[in-house]
Design a protein around this ligand. Structure first.
Ligand SMILES: Cc1cc2nc3c(=O)[nH]c(=O)nc-3n(C[C@H](O)[C@H](O)[C@H](O)COP(=O)(O)OP(=O)(O)OC[C@H]3O[C@@H](n4cnc5c(N)ncnc54)[C@H](O)[C@@H]3O)c2cc1C
Ligand code: SF4
Ligand code: SF4
Length: 441
């Protein structure tokens, strides 16, 4: 363990492959994206809501070695690759922690209604709408509140600007946007993905094995991500107000202002609200999924454009100017960004820098610097870790003191040994299907 404080010049993190789906989940590597279900097919793998409030894959039968090998090659819990080196080498801007970029700006949606309704400044919604109205794509794959069970989130295909706007906002609970990704590719139409960085990692993994991804997925947009919560986090909110899920007509985490309120409406016309601060005041109750604690790329290095919060007044204590940090990662993203600005879909407040983004998102900087040691600690505990490439984890760790790395590594090792970074074997909650299909409509 004493070597944990020192970062070797060519560290390599390797996992024994292929892991079974249960092993991926039980070792805390699954984020519930659904891509394995899409690859194996619904007859072999089903996504279930577990008692802990996580969407997890359950195999109906023992999966073949070749199916598991294919899943391990694409799962964002087993394989996490950064941007191609050529992209990093030719980028206009590069930073050890923040990765490559063509441009880094502060901006917001040109349409005031989008700016108001969306999570932060509405940049992702505005870009999704612009992609459709400019004819660049035929549809946008993203996520939305379920229309029948509004505290749940589900994957949505938006074919027009109104549908993109309806799906604006952050959904902090579990969602499997890629659960039918094979069917989406089979449509043979150009589309854009708006999702979490780990979802984008999954489809970039798939692109190395399935040429249809690069052929049809014209753009991948992401948000800077602090972690996805268990559904139990949202259920706590209901308990606070003495509500049950089948009473709900609306469950909005934020938006309609920046950050706006966590707003709940019931079908009999009552309304309840929590401020963003009240929602997140107790860190012990964030219920962030285990995979997020070792996330090497929560800043979307493999997306074309990434949007973040940008609290210029120190944090989301009160409603702030609705604004995004915008990291344009790729030349393709740059062309889209410039066209969206020219068309008025996006408005730019001013340019920014990685240094400012690092101040606005200090938790992301800390995590990027901690992950190498955390993964080493988990490996030393004898648990599998993802294969991570091209994400400069060792270089990020070198920005820590050896004592910091030692402490991160030992902490992760000890937590992994005690099973605190893992999850129970996934099983479906009782009566879950009835709840989602019938309960809230
Ligand atoms: C789980 C989570 C954690 C976050 N953590 C941070 C953070 O640490 N730092 C930070 O700066 N910002 C974070 N954000 C992002 C932030 O809340 C805004 O979403 C982001 O700034 C983009 O704002 P916007 O106004 O452009 O988004 P909008 O215009 O409202 O668009 C958001 C888009 O994201 C999609 N989406 C929402 N939730 C999910 C989800 N769970 N999975 C996949 N797609 C989804 C929606 O379908 C929509 O298309 C987080 C968001 C989520 C959902
Ligand atoms: S992260 Fe995605 S692909 Fe990997 S096991 Fe979980 S649901 Fe399947
Ligand atoms: S922190 Fe990482 S693993 Fe967790 S939801 Fe965000 S991008 Fe995915």
């Amino acid at each position: 363990m004493s070597d944990l404080g020192r970062v070797p010049s060519a560290a390599c993190v390797a996992a024994p492959l292929p892991l079974s789906l249960d092993e991926i989940v039980e070792n805390g590597l699954c984020i519930g994206c659904g891509l394995c279900r899409s690859l194996a097919g619904p007859k072999e793998v089903e996504m279930v809501m577990t008692p802990e409030g996580r969407l997890r894959p359950v195999a109906h039968k023992v999966l073949s070695h070749s199916t598991l090998t294919r899943i391990n090659a694409v799962c964002p819990g087993t394989r996490i690759a950064g941007p191609p080196r050529a992209q990093t080498d030719s980028a206009a801007l590069t930073d050890t922690v923040w990765g490559p970029a063509e441009r880094v700006s502060l901006g917001y949606a040109g349409d005031p209604a989008v700016r108001f309704q969306a999570s932060s400044g509405g940049v992702l919604t505005a870009l999704g709408q612009f992609l459709l109205t400019s004819g660049r794509v035929n549809f946008v794959l993203h996520v939305s509140a379920s229309r029948t069970a509004p505290m749940r989130s589900e994957r949505r295909l938006s074919f027009d600007a109104a549908s993109v706007l309806e799906s604006a906002g952050s959904r902090y609970g579990p969602v499997a946007p890629l659960e039918d990704f094979s069917e989406i590719l089979a449509r043979g139409e150009p589309f854009a993905l708006i999702a979490k960085p780990c979802d984008v990692t999954a489809v970039r993994n798939l692109a190395r094995h399935d040429p249809r991804v690069d052929k049809y997925m014209s753009y991948a947009l992401a948000f800077v991500c602090g972690g996805a919560s268990d559904l139990s986090k949202s259920e706590q909110v209901l308990q606070r107000f003495g509500l049950t899920e089948d009473e709900l007509a609306l469950f909005r985490y934020r938006g309609y202002g920046n950050p706006g309120l966590n707003r709940i409406e019931t079908r009999d016309g009552r309304a309840f609200q929590l401020s963003y601060r009240q929602l997140w005041e107790d860190e012990d109750k964030w219920m962030i999924q285990p995979r997020c604690k070792i996330c090497p790329d929560a800043i979307g290095q493999v997306a074309d454009i990434v949007a973040s919060d940008a609290w210029l007044n120190g944090g989301p204590a009160v409603d702030d100017e609705a604004l995004n940090g915008i990291i344009v990662r790729t030349p393709r993203g740059m062309e889209l960004f410039a066209a969206a600005v020219a068309a008025g879909a996006l408005a730019i407040k001013r340019e920014t820098s990685f240094a400012e983004l690092g101040e606005l998102q200090s938790h992301q900087t800390r995590k990027r610097r901690a992950v190498w040691a955390r993964l080493k600690g988990i490996e030393i505990a004898g648990k599998p870790v993802p294969v991570v490439t091209d994400l400069a984890l060792e270089d990020c760790a070198r920005q820590n003191t050896p004592a910091d790395n030692l402490s991160e590594g030992r902490g992760a090792r000890d937590r992994a040994k005690r099973g605190r970074l893992g999850e129970p074997r996934p099983v479906a909650r009782l009566n879950e299907t009835a709840m989602v299909k019938d309960g809230c409509a």
